[in-house]
Ligand binder design. Structure first.
Ligand SMILES: Cc1cc2nc3c(=O)[nH]c(=O)nc-3n(C[C@H](O)[C@H](O)[C@H](O)COP(=O)(O)O)c2cc1C
Length: 218
């Protein structure tokens, strides 16, 4: 049994997304102590920017005529799809950067999406229990000045929940920059509440994916 965990924080030593993902992971492990955790850190070990083009173009030439770069890219996509398909549950910890999705996650997703099992026609991940942890420095809730500026969470939900068909839960913690950026000091109480809520949600989601896996194999 295994949990696949992907981290995308560019500052792992003080990462709010990692902290929340640790809670999800620990609930999963309490329920399934025999499980292994397969880790992929797309920030520390980024997917080469050329891999996606190589993998896409590889599909247009006969196998024998592929360049070494194309072969490597296809092999990497195969590894990523193997990791996802072999796991019993999936955990993604992806922060908001520059109002959009982490470039490291996007590069990983694009390459993984070239494998037939995890691509447009693939259904290998359908129904797999999963949690997306996402953290935002600011707060983009309805009625806030920057409502609509978070172009990461929605996209992540679309590709994980709708495109791959994962049985997805979303844990979100906004305002992680409160306490770091003095301009946000007025929001200390709200941020503390949001942090506590996100921690509860992370624990709950860890238990839920553990139960969902049990139900799937029963
Ligand atoms: C380079 C950079 C760009 C960021 N861009 C945004 C942003 O556009 N909007 C936002 O709300 N927070 C932004 N943040 C804040 C991060 O979302 C926040 O620090 C988050 O907690 C990072 O995830 P981590 O704690 O897991 O490392 C940015 C942080 C960095 C380092």
């Amino acid at each position: 049994m295994s949990l696949f965990r992907l981290d995308a924080s560019i500052f792992p030593s003080r990462s709010a997304s990692r902290e929340l993902a640790d809670l999800v992971e620990s609930e999963w492990l309490s329920a399934h102590p025999q499980s292994t955790v397969v880790r992929r850190d797309v920030s520390a070990d980024p997917v080469p920017a050329t891999a996606w083009t190589d993998a896409v173009s590889a599909s247009m030439v006969p196998e024998a005529e592929r360049t070494p770069g194309q072969r490597e890219a296809v092999a990497l996509a195969t590894t990523f799809a193997d990791e996802l398909t072999a796991a019993d549950a999936l955990l993604f910890a992806v922060p908001l950067y520059n109002y959009g999705v982490s470039q490291h996650f996007k590069t990983w997703f694009d390459l993984t999406y070239t494998d037939p099992r995890t691509g447009p026609e693939g259904s290998a991940l359908r129904g797999k229990p999963a949690t997306l942890v996402t953290v935002l420095g600011g707060n983009y809730a309805p009625g806030t000045p920057k409502e609509g500026w978070d172009h990461s969470t929605g996209w992540l939900q679309r590709v994980l929940g709708d495109v791959w068909g994962l049985d997805l839960r979303v844990v979100q913690r906004p305002f992680t920059l409160v306490g770091v950026n003095p301009a946000l000091d007025a929001f200390a109480d709200t941020a503390a509440e949001l942090k506590t809520d996100a921690e509860h949600s992370a624990r709950r989601s860890g238990r839920e994916i553990a139960d969902a896996h049990r139900a799937r194999v029963a």
